[in-house]
Design a protein around this ligand. Structure first.
Ligand SMILES: *Cc1c(COP(=O)(O)O)cnc(C)c1O
Length: 495
């Protein structure tokens, strides 16, 4: 399997090269030249397999230049006892026909661990295998959860260094505390005075800074990305949609071959794009339901075919979805434009210059035939948490709650009662104040005490990684404006 870029489809690169590099040099994203198919027979063979075995099978279809032994090594180390559930990504029944796929049993309590536990192994294996002696410097912009998950994945990994930028006022208290207390000799964290889009744009500019890249080259360093623009982040996420489907078959909830719907609370469009790849590969999926918060640029796009980022940016209680430029949409758009890299390049240029673009009628029809978009306001998100708790006893975090709200709306509007999987993207303990508020419990002023209150109200145990935070020392206090991110990078590589 070879890869090219959404903005240059004449490239031909191996998966090891694209995982090392992250973003293509002309600014496009790497995509596989073709999408592998998986037959019903092969699916059947995976019903009795565990998560690791399923992961090895799916990854081997895309990462064809990794040997079987190399993939086994990466998968076995990534999906082990650092997950608090032996199923790794367990599926639980929430209501009749609705199942939650819990993706937050990893070390940082959000779904980003599903990919960021394995990415460092994929990357260092690629370095060794290709005889690349350069040290990789990971630059990551985070809307809250990627940063911590990437820090945790890359800390003290030989041959790598990692610098994370988070929006100063744009992450939850828990998310911030998790990052600024990060341990490890090769890590650094800086707050950017701006929102996530500012931080993400800043990182993309640094990746294309010719002068800086030249200097890096001379010093035996290279940049890479742990954001979901990196193919190595996306491909492990395809696995859990297969795994959820296979679990439903195994438990007799559906018969093999029957289609499901998948709901994904969406920000940068990575998680739902992974579900789209699973669907293209032949996983029986009817509709993908794209759920947004008040930053509903994707809802409008799916409904009208116009992507317009010229709108108010809202800080919400689901901060990891506070995004107006959903980077990974570029990969889907490329497919919707029938893999026309010139056309795609001009749409992206228009987005950059004018702040919007639109797709033609044929592309919109194709999009709507597989995807449905909706959003939840802040009040609806809180209602969704409260109502679900009342009717089922299940406590959701605000991101998952956005998904649940949009699912309910979808069912009301379409009457579609297809068995559905809702991707649950974070532990409710990452957002204890807002969740308690939704449960109508008066929360303490002390953020750590909120964890205890939520444990009591929900009947759930506080995840170990969050419980330990209060004893941790604060290690990272740097702040900068968005146009000074480059200076932070230079300081980091000079230290
Ligand atoms: C990152 C994140 C999302 C959004 O995922 P994308 O892949 O960016 O669409 C949703 N919920 C949580 C909790 C997240 O951390």
């Amino acid at each position: 399997m070879k890869y090219h870029s959404t903005r240059n489809n004449k490239l031909s690169m191996t998966s090891m090269e694209v995982i090392k590099q992250g973003l293509s040099s002309e600014g496009g994203l790497f995509v596989p030249e073709s999408i592998p198919r998986i037959s019903k027979k092969e699916l059947e063979a995976l019903i009795s397999a565990d998560y690791r075995q399923r992961a090895k099978r799916i990854l081997s279809l895309y990462l064809t230049d990794y040997s079987e032994n190399q993939l086994s090594f990466c998968v076995d180390r990534a999906y082990g006892t650092q997950f608090s559930s032996s199923a790794i990504a367990p599926v639980k029944e929430l209501e009749e026909d609705l199942h939650v796929l819990e993706l937050w049993h990893g070390p940082t309590c959000a779904f980003k661990d599903m990919a960021l536990q394995i990415l460092p192994y994929l990357m260092t294996t690629a370095l060794q295998s290709t005889g690349d002696k350069r040290k990789i410097i990971i630059l990551t912009a985070t809307s809250g959860d990627t940063g911590k998950a990437a820090l945790e994945g890359f800390k003290d990994v030989p041959g790598t260094g990692i610098l994370v930028f988070y929006p100063l006022e744009g992450v939850s208290y828990m998310q911030k505390l998790q990052m600024i207390t990060q341990e490890g000799d090769n890590v650094s964290v800086a707050a950017v005075k701006g929102n996530f889009d500012d931080a993400q744009t800043g990182v993309k500019l640094i990746f294309q800074d010719a002068q800086l890249l030249k200097e890096m080259e001379q010093r035996g360093l290279r940049f890479s990305s742990a954001n979901s623009i990196n193919w190595g982040r996306l491909v492990p996420q395809i696995v859990y949609y297969f795994s959820a489907y296979l679990d439903l078959v195994k438990e007799g909830r559906i018969s093999l071959g029957k289609s499901i719907n998948i709901v994904v609370p969406t920000g940068n469009f990575g998680n739902i794009l992974a579900a789209w790849y699973a669907r293209e590969m032949g996983l029986p999926v009817n509709r993908l339901i794209c759920a947004s918060n008040s930053n509903n640029v994707l809802t409008d796009f799916i409904r009208t075919g116009v992507y317009d980022k010229r709108r108010t940016f809202y800080q919400t209680i689901s901060p990891s979805m506070d995004i107006l430029v959903s980077s990974n949409l570029e990969r889907l758009l490329y497919e919707l434009c029938d893999r026309d890299d010139k056309k795609l390049g001009s749409l992206m240029a228009k987005l950059n210059k004018e702040g919007y673009y639109s797709i033609d009628e044929a592309a919109l029809k194709k999009l709507q035939s597989m995807m449905w978009g909706g959003y939840a306001t802040e009040e609806q998100t809180l209602d969704s948490i409260g109502n679900t708790f009342k009717s089922t006893g299940y406590t959701m975090d605000p991101h998952t709650a956005v998904g649940k709200w949009v699912y309910d709306e979808y069912r009301r509007e379409t009457g579609d009662d297809t068995v559905t999987v809702l991707a649950s993207t974070a532990s409710p303990f990452k957002f204890p104040g807002d969740v308690l508020n939704a449960l109508e419990v008066e929360g303490s002023d002390d953020e750590i005490e909120l964890l205890n209150q939520l444990a009591e109200a929900s009947g759930l145990a506080i995840p170990k990684p969050l419980q330990g935070l209060k004893e941790k020392q604060i290690r990272h206090t740097a702040e900068c404006s968005a146009d000074k991110m480059k200076e932070q990078v230079i300081e980091f590589i000079n230290r």
